[in-house]
Design a binder for this molecule. Structure first.
Ligand SMILES: C[S@@+](CC[C@H](N)C(=O)[O-])C[C@H]1O[C@@H](n2cnc3c(N)ncnc32)[C@H](O)[C@@H]1O
Length: 266
């Protein structure tokens, strides 16, 4: 008798978190994984802004592979060693040239000295840049044909999106400055299908840029009908879709019931 053995998703995601440098904790990886599956009844692919070495990408990629007909596009500046520079206060910012265009990141909300020097800088000693690590990790999980990296800004990526290739789910985890997140929300909104979801990392934590942008452009926006904090730092919101509200058992709360952040989550 053939016995099919699989191993639990949570164990797979714990392994992903151990193996791939990054920031998303296991509860968030599990939620992103579930969101990919949960949205499989809606047309469209998955978009990630801010992939770094591919930790959250692998979680969503594994779920996309299970869906069968879903692709994940990962947009990131994928920096190289010399793209980062230290500011006077010890924190770090990035400036690089991609296809002739100068791109600046982390100039408003900079990267703190300690995580940069402890977690980020050492990666450049063995690899030319972050894209090399990203590709290596996706291959390890057999995700080469599901996950496509795009080195550049979201603005540049959106120009490449065909109207028929829109997205049902987007995870925003790039520059955390207010103006940057507002720009990313507007661009993401332009490529989401009706009824599509946006997930925000670091919402309602100490990142005031993310908090302000989510409040101003999502919670105050009647075009987004549902919102819910899913984990300590992952907030999700859904573009309005009237038909969707006819399903009475849907578990998320409606926009008008979104309350202020839990102070304990800081
Ligand atoms: C916190 S990391 C992402 C972590 C990742 N989601 C994980 O699970 O580990 C943020 C990423 O955003 C990228 N980034 C920052 N500003 C960006 C921009 N303007 N356009 C594209 N990517 C950007 C950085 O290069 C970095 O890889």
């Amino acid at each position: 008798m053939n016995i099919l053995r699989t191993f639990p998703v949570i164990s797979q995601l714990e392994e992903v978190a151990r193996n791939i440098p990054g920031w998303s904790p296991v509860d968030q990886l599990y939620t992103l994984y579930a969101m990919v599956l949960m949205t499989s009844g809606t047309d469209g692919d998955i978009l990630e802004l801010g992939s770094w070495c591919g930790r959250s990408s692998a979680a969503m990629g594994l779920a996309a592979r299970l869906c069968g007909n879903t692709q994940l596009s990962c947009v990131d500046l994928f920096p190289e060693k010399d793209d980062s520079h230290q500011n006077e206060d010890g924190s770090y910012s990035m400036t690089m040239t991609i296809e002739g265009t100068v791109v600046r990141a982390y100039h408003d909300q900079t990267v703190w000295k300690e995580p940069f020097e402890r977690d980020m800088a050492p990666l450049y000693s063995k690899h030319r840049g972050i894209l090399e690590i990203f590709k290596e990790k996706m291959s390890q999980y057999g995700l080469d044909d599901v996950v496509s990296p795009y080195k550049g800004t979201l603005a540049a990526f959106v120009k490449t999106v065909q109207p028929k290739n829109k997205f049902r789910l987007a995870f925003i985890d790039g520059d955390h400055g207010y103006e940057a997140v507002c720009g990313d929300i507007k661009l993401t909104d332009s490529v989401l299908v009706p009824g599509g979801w946006i997930c925000f990392d670091d919402a309602f934590t100490s990142y005031e840029g993310v908090n302000g942008a989510v409040k101003d452009l999502i919670i105050a926006n009647p075009g987004y009908e549902l919102g819910q904090q899913m984990t300590r730092k992952l907030f999700v919101a859904r573009v309005g879709d009237d038909q969707f509200f006819d399903r009475p058992i849907y578990p998320l709360i409606r926009r008008e019931r979104v309350v202020e952040a839990d102070p304990a989550a800081r």
